[in-house]
Write a protein that binds this ligand. Structure first.
Ligand code: COA
Ligand code: MG
Length: 297
């Protein structure tokens, strides 16, 4: 279980009423599979989607992929049926769209607590991944992050936010940049993962890769993805490269030697290295280990 929570470079969404897409996702080695009951599913298909998601959870081997269900917005008419019907499949967690208040998340937390107790499952194991994608959600991002110890990641939804605000989406994305920053900042402050916005152009893989890089530079840990061809790119960009790992190891080693010689700051290849630089290098090494890219434990 905890093997899942460490690495979420790509979260692949698919409509929950498409067993074919769920099956396809399983073969991809993607970190997280998100079976959607919300906006990817037509209203007439909600009940069918619940049945298919439970069937998938109960009968398919997801390998190393995390098994997530995206329910309808908390407090909506659909949400309670989503939870009641899907819990029997024992997903690893729920993605919570349009999160705006702590009380919404607390209610799901309480539902899960009772279910875990009644079913004899370990307490607190089922995770929550709220999506911040409304103006109210952005204003409440701290309270959302802190609402439950189950909250394991904050997801940023640019498209819904633009719709909620009446902003117009642009390729550069400055209209949502404050919110994209606020979500990653809260995630880092409260020590949960940050998962970046969806990229909608399925054919622009260069644009997708550039957006992955920008998200990673902002400290996002991974990205929501919507097509198999986005998976490999996201999982590559959100893991450190071999060169980054080598450079990080050199910095850490040089720092250890400098400390032994009584030096806090020193020069390496003509650049100053001090504590913040070492801390960034340590983050790279931690990520590489989590991604299984370094043998030494
Ligand atoms: N997950 C798993 N498999 C997927 C997939 C996804 N998100 N998107 C496409 N595939 C599969 C298709 O089933 C197809 O396989 P097949 O021909 O063997 O059936 C293959 O990948 C190629 O798909 P393609 O023809 O390029 O796309 P499409 O026209 O079938 O579907 C979308 C396009 C946008 C409808 C589809 O990518 C999708 O459903 N994305 C996720 C939508 C979603 O969940 N939205 C809500 C969250 S933001
Ligand atoms: Mg949405």
């Amino acid at each position: 279980m905890s093997q899942h929570t460490t690495l979420r470079r790509a979260l692949l969404f698919m409509p929950g009423d498409s067993l074919r897409k769920i099956e396809k996702a399983i073969g991809l080695g993607v970190d997280s599979i998100v079976m959607d009951l919300e906006d990817g599913v037509a209203f007439s298909q909600k009940a069918a989607a619940r049945r298919i998601v439970v069937q998938a959870l109960q009968t398919l081997d997801f390998g190393r992929s995390e098994r997530l269900v995206r329910m309808n917005p908390m407090g909506s008419e659909l949400a309670e049926d989503d939870l009641r019907s899907s819990i029997v499949g024992r997903p690893d967690g729920y993605v919570l769209p349009k999160a705006e208040f702590a009380e919404q998340i607390e209610a799901v937390d309480e539902f899960l607590r009772l279910e875990e107790q009644a079913r004899g499952w370990p307490a607190g194991q089922i995770k929550l991944l709220p999506i911040v994608e409304t103006a109210l959600g952005v204003m409440a991002v701290r309270e959302i992050a802190l609402a439950s110890p189950r909250v394991d990641a904050l997801l940023f939804g640019a498209e819904d936010l633009a719709g909620d605000m009446g902003a117009q989406r642009t390729p550069a994305g400055w209209e949502v940049f404050y919110a994209r920053s606020a979500v990653v900042m809260a995630a880092k402050a409260y020590r949960v993962q940050a998962i970046d916005q969806v990229f909608f152009d399925l054919n622009d893989l260069a644009g997708f890769e550039a957006e992955c890089r920008a998200g990673r530079q902002m400290a996002y840990d991974g990205k929501m993805v919507i097509h198999p061809r986005q998976v490999e790119i996201a999982q590559r960009i959100f893991a450190p490269s071999e060169e980054e790992i080598q450079a990080a190891r050199r910095i850490i080693q040089a720092h250890d030697e400098a400390q032994a010689a009584g030096l806090g700051a020193f020069a390496l290849d003509g650049r100053m290295v001090d504590r913040p630089v070492v801390r960034m290098a340590e983050q790279v090494v931690r990520k590489a280990r989590a991604a299984g890219m370094m043998e030494d434990a």
